[in-house]
Design a binder for this molecule. Structure first.
Ligand code: GRF
Length: 216
């Protein structure tokens, strides 16, 4: 087995996806080492989950910086210090700029609760329901300068039920998203996924469409 990939996870809130990674690693299902969890929100539950698992944590509150660029500079320094192989934005509710994007190009992935390219941004559940969609889902993509716009690696799709509201849809999607993040990070830990010239390459082959959880 190759060495575990050093993984840095950024969170702003609950951290249930971080927990899924911690649990999968503990169960011996994921060849990663979560070396650092960083949050821009001091009260984020994800920080407690990390501390509970003995993972070093850092808090970088964006409100304490003069501007976006200063925050990004500090964040990039903090992230670089651990020399991660992979950075996972797992509910990190902050737009990041070139100072962070450039050093981590092709090494940073984001979880987004929609079937990208549908519904970039927020309130994806309500927007899918308002549009009368029959399915919703979650995507994992490489992070680029375009919000929720980088090449999509993998997706999971679930049906929208007749009586769904945003809460019920989110509750049904969450466990599927946890499985998706574990499977996708697993692929990355096996060095099977690359981002090249704006495309996702898996096992050396350019992907025309995202991997589906059912195939992973
Ligand atoms: C997830 O739904 C993810 O897709 C989105 O934010 C949520 C984070 O949930 N970006 P958690 O903090 O991992 O519980």
């Amino acid at each position: 087995m190759t060495r575990p990939i050093k993984t840095c996870v950024l969170v702003s809130g609950n951290g249930s996806n971080l927990q899924a990674l911690i649990d999968a690693h503990r169960a011996g299902k994921l060849n990663i080492e979560i070396t650092h969890v960083i949050s821009n929100v001091a009260s984020a539950n994800g920080l407690k989950r990390a501390a509970g698992a003995g993972i070093p944590t850092s808090i970088l509150e964006h409100g304490k910086f003069a501007n976006r660029d200063e925050f990004d500079r500090a964040l990039a320094l903090l992230m670089t210090s651990g020399e991660p192989d992979l950075v996972v934005l797992a509910g990190f509710m902050r737009i990041i700029g070139p100072r962070v994007l450039e050093p981590f190009a092709g090494k940073m992935i984001n979880l987004h609760p929609s079937l990208l390219p549908l519904y970039k941004g927020t309130e994806t559940y309500r927007r899918a329901l308002d549009a009368g969609d029959r399915t919703h889902g979650s995507s994992i993509h490489f992070v680029t300068g375009e919000l929720d716009g980088g090449p999509v690696i993998s997706q999971v799709t679930i049906p929208i039920l007749e009586n769904d509201d945003p809460q019920s849809l989110a509750a049904r999607l969450a466990p599927m998203e946890h499985r998706l993040v574990v499977a996708t990070v697993g692929f990355m830990a096996e060095h099977r996924v690359e981002c090249r010239e704006g495309a996702v390459i898996i096992d050396g082959m350019r992907q025309e469409r995202p991997l589906q959880l059912r195939d992973l």
